[in-house]
Design a protein around this ligand. Sequence first.
Ligand SMILES: [Zn+2]
Length: 86
Amino acid sequence: MMFLLFGWGKQTFKDLAERDFDICKFCHKGNLRLREVTTWATLFFIPIIPYKTRYVLSCGNCKAGYEISRELAERMQDKEEEDNFY
Ligand SMILES: [Zn+2]
């Protein structure tokens, strides 16, 4: 019997910048990190197709996070490159 096992829930996280951006608005202790969250379509539990990418600022302390636009995420990374000139 042949069957295909699809899934949509697999997520991977990638830190886009090494630096911290802001103090967390929820706990006021941790710093926010810019992360890329990719949701994958999986086949037999193997990630095949990245079908959704989100950008979030997440707190290293309380794990709170909120989504930001791709445009804003890219601007924040550009800012980091400018900072490296100092
Ligand atoms: Zn926090």
